[in-house]
Structures are given as C-alpha cells and as structure tokens.
Design a protein around this ligand. Structure first.
Ligand SMILES: NC(=O)c1ccc[n+]([C@@H]2O[C@H](COP(=O)([O-])OP(=O)(O)OC[C@H]3O[C@@H](n4cnc5c(N)ncnc54)[C@H](O)[C@@H]3O)[C@@H](O)[C@H]2O)c1
Length: 290
C-alpha cells in the first residue's frame, strides 16, 4: 500500500512485476485501510510509509505530523484489531538527535531536532507503547542514511549527481561538515528481511554501516567519479537546526541477527552513479514535473 505522494512511483516495482498486489491508499484513511486488511488478512506489516524530507518538514510540518504520527497510530490500531503476527516499524537514526563523539545505542535518549525527526520519534514511541500496552508484536528498526538506486532526487546524493550531470551548482549546507552514516539500500533491504524473519518481538535494532562521511566529502567524491570540477560546489546558508553528526552502535544487530553491511561506500556510490546515468530520463522527468 502506498499513497503515491510526490515521492512514490510504481516504476520502482517494474523488476518484480507480477509478484505483488498493490493498493493505492493513504495510511490516514482508516476506512480504506480497514477494507484492505479485511480483504488481504496480512500476517506481517512492514511500515515504511512516511513523509521523509527534513527540508520539507521545516517548510511545512503538517503533513509530517499527519502521516508519520496520526497515520502510524491508525495503522497500529488496525493491526491490533486484525491480530497481525509481526509489525516491523521503520524508524530512523535521526530521532536520537546529534552526537559529537561516540555512537548512539538502542537505549540512548531520544532528542530529535527537526519537525521530521520529532514526527518519527513520536511514531517510534507510539509503536513501543502499543507493544507494552496491548502486546502488539512489534520490532523497531532505526536505520542510518540510505543511498542507492531510485532515491527521489531531493536527498543529498541524488541531488548532487543530478546537478553535476547538468553542470549546475550543487548546494551544500554551511561548510559541508555535517557527518552522516551511509548505508547502501540493498544492505538495508537485506537486514529488514532478516529482521522480519528473526527479529525479536519488542526489540529495537540500530542499522548502521560504519561508513561515516562529511557531506562535503560525499559531494567531492561524486564529482571525482563523474570527472566534474569541484567549483560546481556552492556553499549555502545552513539548514536551521542542522544536526552535526549521526552515528550508530550496531553491536546488537551484529550479535543477534549476525548481520553486517556488505557494501563499502565508494563501490556503492559508483553503482549508484552508474544507475542514475542510465536512468537520467526518470530523474529529469521528476524535475520537469516539479
Ligand atoms: N531514506 C533514508 O535514508 C531513511 C533512513 C532511515 C529511515 N528512513 C525511513 O524509511 C522509510 C522510507 O523512507 P524513504 O527514504 O523510502 O522515503 P520516501 O520519501 O522516498 O518514500 C516514502 C513513501 O511513503 C509513501 N507515503 C507517504 N505518505 C503516505 C501515506 N500517508 N500513506 C501511504 N503511503 C505514504 C510515499 O508515497 C512514498 O512511496 C520512512 O519511514 C523513513 O522515515 C529512511
């Protein structure tokens, strides 16, 4: 199920044509969701649906509160009623806030700083509460920044690739010193599948790669791979409330699920760039529509 907002596209599912059933639905539409659950009787629910772009949340927080909090609550109630066997909630590392040194553990306090991360922290806590209060069989997953194919070109890596391919200036916030931990999308998909099968109900898992990079280094690396000049970089006024650094301790997922990210950043980035070059039309179309 997907509302198909500006960020959603069925084109991404071409590779699995004929292997899935799709409903266009808003998780906030309780009536429609109930009908779908009644018809499909799902055993498992993996909850990805969200408004996700921090900049958009700074501009207008309303859809973030609506989908990420209210939508999650509606979904949780429906899952409770339907008696599902497992609810995997996709949370995020951003709910911990920033950390100068060291790493966040699953037990670290939540200190979200943007409207986006606040809405995700609220959803994360709702999910936890539904486990404690109603015994809903939930698992919470907190991944770091994903990158890879099909990512909507508003996030740092696809924006930088798109601008560089068009020889346009690449906006970088502040001095580009903010550090993010980068996880290749297929590593994330793999661990989510393993968590669906073996994740312990009631548990929280951090999902990180250990690949931490300053934003400026990420953009420079993209320019190097594409053979483009560094003067395409344009430093712009910093994002309000911009978290300096995220970093996750992943010992729990490594120990309990025996999972570790496989893809190294430079090789994942090269694969991503190659993919965007071969899907240039898709990317440019999105920008034409916008
Ligand atoms: N991308 C990352 O780096 C990252 C990192 C950690 C966690 N997450 C989390 O993973 C999930 C997916 O992120 P993404 O990057 O793929 O986001 P995205 O913005 O690219 O896609 C979000 C999807 O949710 C759908 N959606 C939005 N509102 C909806 C609603 N009300 N009802 C039904 N569908 C709705 C959109 O149509 C879209 O298909 C989110 O919960 C996000 O918070 C993402």
């Amino acid at each position: 199920m997907d509302k198909l907002t500006y960020a959603g596209s069925l084109e991404r599912l071409k590779a699995v044509k004929g292997k899935y059933k799709f409903y266009k639905a808003d998780i906030c539409d309780e009536k429609k969701m109930k009908l779908i659950f009644k018809k499909e009787k799902p055993k498992f629910v993996v909850h990805f649906a969200a408004e996700t772009h921090v900049d958009r949340s700074i501009h207008n927080a309303t859809p973030f509160m609506q989908t990420n909090i209210k939508g999650t609550q509606i979904l949780l109630d429906i899952c409770r009623e339907a008696g599902i066997e497992k609810f995997i909630h996709i949370s995020t590392d951003e709910i911990y806030g920033e950390i100068q040194n060291g790493k966040f553990h699953e037990t670290s306090p939540l200190n979200p700083n943007s409207p986006y991360s606040v809405s995700k922290a609220a959803a994360d806590m709702l999910v936890r509460a539904y486990h404690r209060t109603y015994g809903l069989p939930v698992v919470i997953v907190r991944p770091c920044n994903n990158y890879g194919m099909w990512q909507y070109p508003e996030k740092l890596i696809p924006v930088a690739i798109l601008k560089a391919l068009k020889n346009e200036k690449i906006p970088v916030y502040g001095k580009g010193l903010n550090v993010r931990e980068w996880l290749f999308v297929s590593d994330c998909a793999e661990v989510l599948h393993q968590i669906l099968e073996n994740g312990k109900v009631g548990e929280i898992y951090n999902i990180g790669s250990g690949d931490e990079k300053e934003n400026i280094k990420v953009v420079k690396q993209i320019l190097d791979i594409l053979g483009k000049p560094q003067n395409l970089i344009e430093f712009v006024k910093d994002r309000p409330g911009h978290d300096l650094r995220y970093s996750l301790n992943t010992r729990k997922i490594e120990k309990e699920i025996s999972w570790k990210a496989k893809e190294k950043f430079v090789s994942g980035l090269k694969k991503t760039i190659k993919w965007y070059i071969s899907h240039r039309e898709w990317m440019l179309n999105i920008h034409r529509i916008k």
